[in-house]
Design a protein around this ligand. Structure first.
Ligand code: SF4
Ligand code: SF4
Length: 294
């Protein structure tokens, strides 16, 4: 049976497509965006986040795993010793541990997702697979989306687009809408912001557009990084036919503590966009005939 590593499942989401949805976050992403607000989705491997300020130094975790210890009454966590089993999260009294990376199979996940079917049906919602980059685990997504469609559930795939065309070919028959990130049109800007070229991303976007698949575009707006790209993005998108909506997502830096808890370097930019920045970006996109909103 096909399995995948999942970082989280968010029920009753209203930001990941139309209506009330359940969003399944799969682990692993090929990009390394400087502004990433889901750092737990970057590595494909399981990770344990440790929130020091919530820890009660009770020592319960040290009793079951050598990655945890108490020294002078204080809790210490040795990330190198963690093998990603997730057991300690369940016994942590202070909610100081959060485990990202449970392995799950399609059937158990579908059973869970079906619990909220009435909410999906009554609100025009459904299920969104997101990440990380969900299509890095394309076989799992294909099987999951197929079973959801067999149960008449609306499906959305939230993608950065930086995967092989074959991955798209697999999921397209079972995907109602793509939520597709466009971060930059200039290759050098994309490389600077994400660590990779955008060539394959733009090719994939043109490909799904040619097939007539509904696509909502998401543009993270990050001052001094991709904020100079809006005209170019507008021009590029205006030549496509199946874009239902373009959303400009203002960058925020709420994820700082997550980086710390995961032992990752925090590279989040300091400068936040103003309301005027977002309005101006939306107006530029509207001037290209797009259904844009902030
Ligand atoms: S996730 Fe498992 S291996 Fe890692 S610290 Fe917790 S109990 Fe130990
Ligand atoms: S179980 Fe949780 S609260 Fe207790 S020492 Fe371990 S991390 Fe801290």
């Amino acid at each position: 049976m096909t399995t995948a590593i999942i970082s989280d499942i968010k029920r009753f989401s209203v930001h990941d497509g139309d209506g009330i949805r359940t969003t399944v976050f799969l682990k692993g992403c090929p990009l390394n965006c400087v502004w990433c607000h889901n750092p737990e989705g970057i590595s494909p491997k399981p990770q344990l986040a440790y929130y020091k300020d919530k820890c009660l130094s009770c020592g319960e975790c040290a009793d079951i795993c050598s990655a945890h210890s108490l020294s002078g009454g204080l809790h210490l966590y040795d990330r190198e010793k963690c093998i990603g089993c997730g057991r300690c999260e369940k016994i942590c009294l202070g909610n100081a541990l959060k485990f990202y990376g449970r392995r799950t199979d399609v059937d158990s996940l579908v059973t869970l997702l079906l619990e909220d079917k009435d909410f999906y049906d009554n609100s025009g919602g459904g299920v969104t697979v997101s990440g990380g980059e969900p299509l890095m685990q394309a076989d799992f997504c294909t099987e999951l989306l197929k079973k959801l469609k067999e149960n008449a559930i609306h499906t959305a795939v939230d993608t950065c687009g930086c995967v092989s065309k074959e991955a798209f070919v697999k999921v397209i028959p079972y995907t109602d809408i793509f939520l597709f990130d466009v971060k930059a049109i200039s290759e050098e800007v994309h490389l600077y912001c994400t660590g990779l070229s955008n060539r394959i991303i733009l090719e994939n976007l043109r490909y799904i557009d040619r097939l007539g698949i509904q696509t909502e575009i998401r543009i993270p707006y990050v001052p001094d990084y991709n904020s100079g790209e809006i005209e170019k993005i507008g021009m590029f998108l205006s030549k496509l036919n199946c874009i239902t909506k373009v959303k400009v997502l203002p960058y925020h830096n709420f994820a700082g503590s997550k980086y710390q808890s995961l032992g990752m370097k925090n590279r989040l930019p300091e400068k936040l966009p103003s309301d005027e920045d977002i309005t101006s970006a939306v107006n530029i996109l509207i001037s290209y005939g797009l259904n844009a909103q902030g």
